[in-house]
Design a protein around this ligand. Structure first.
Ligand code: ADE
Length: 245
C-alpha cells in the first residue's frame, strides 16, 4: 500500500511513522508513505498557500493551485487511486471504511489547514471526504495518520497474528471484552477462573458473553448491525432484564 500525503507540515508525520508496526510495515515493503509539502508547489516568490476568503470574514482559505499541482505530481497521470480530503465535514471514518481503503494499491490524502480549502478542491479533485470524528482538529494531519494506521494494520502480513484484525472491536460490530495476563492475582484482584480452566469452549463462550455485555453497556447502537446467534440473543435478553451484574 502506498500513501501520498499532501500537507503543509510533513514533520508531523515523523514520529508515528518511525515507530512500531508502521515502521516495520515500511521496512518489510508492505507500506510506503510519500510526504509532499504543498508549499513546494506554490509558484509565487513567497510560496503562499493560503489567502483571505472571497466575500470577507475571518480566517484563511488554502488556495487550490498548490494543492492541485501537488496532487497531479503525486498521481503522475495515474487514475483510479482514491483522493481523500480530510475534513470535519467528511463521512465518519469507520472500520468498514478502513477495510474498503485497504483494497487499494495507492491512496492520496489531502490535509487541510486553517478555515478550510477552496471548494474547487472538494468538487474537482477529491473523490472522497473523511472525518475521523465529531470534533475539529487544527488540520488534517492527525486524521491522515489515523487512516494510515487503521488501514496498514489490515494489510496482509502486517500484524503478527493474521486473525487479530478480524477479532477486533468493530470488525464484527462488537466491542472486545476484557483481557487478562499474569499474575493470576494482582493486588487482591483475581483473573476469571474460566480463563485458566483449559476448557476452550467455555473460554470462547465467556469471551463472547463479555463482548456482548460490554457492547450492550457502552455501545448498544452497534448491536443492531452485529451478527448475533440465538444464544447471543438469549444472553442479551437476560441482560435487559437484569441490566448490571
Ligand atoms: N480536520 C480537522 N478536523 C478534522 C476531523 N475531525 N477529521 C478529519 N479532518 C479534520
Amino acid at each position: 500500500m502506498h500513501f501520498d500525503v499532501l500537507t503543509l507540515f510533513p514533520a508531523i508525520f515523523a514520529g508515528p511513522l518511525e515507530e512500531s508496526i508502521l515502521k516495520r510495515a515500511q521496512e518489510s515493503g508492505r507500506l510506503s508513505v510519500a510526504l509532499h509539502n504543498i508549499r513546494d508547489y506554490a509558484t509565487d516568490k513567497h510560496h503562499i498557500t493560503d489567502d483571505t476568503p472571497y466575500g470577507g470574514g475571518g480566517g484563511m482559505v488554502m488556495k487550490p493551485g498548490p494543492i492541485f499541482a501537488a496532487a497531479e505530481a503525486a498521481l503522475a497521470g495515474e487514475s483510479g487511486a482514491p483522493v481523500v480530503l480530510l475534513t470535519p465535514q467528511g463521512r465518519p471514518f469507520t472500520q468498514a471504511i478502513a477495510a474498503e481503503l485497504a483494497h487499494h494499491r495507492k491512496i492520496l490524502l489531502i490535509c487541510g489547514r486553517y478555515e478550510g480549502v477552496d471548494e474547487r478542491v472538494r468538487q474537482h479533485l477529491a473523490s472522497d471526504e473523511i472525518s475521523i470524528g465529531d470534533y475539529v482538529l487544527t488540520g488534517g494531519e492527525l486524521a491522515a495518520l489515523v487512516i494510515i494506521d487503521a488501514v496498514t494494520r489490515l494489510l496482509p502480513g502486517v500484524l503478527g497474528d493474521p486473525g487479530a484484525a478480524c477479532e477486533d472491536s468493530y470488525a464484527r460490530n462488537l466491542l472486545e471484552g476484557p483481557h487478562y495476563t499474569r499474575p493470576f492475582e494482582f493486588r487482591g484482584w483475581e483473573a476469571p477462573e474460566v480463563l485458566l480452566s483449559g476448557d476452550h469452549a467455555a473460554v470462547a463462550r465467556w469471551r463472547r458473553e463479555q463482548a456482548l455485555r460490554r457492547t450492550f453497556e457502552r455501545r448498544p447502537d452497534l448491536l443492531k448491525q452485529a451478527d448475533l446467534t440465538r444464544q447471543d440473543r438469549e444472553f442479551l435478553a437476560q441482560l435487559i432484564q437484569i441490566p448490571k451484574s
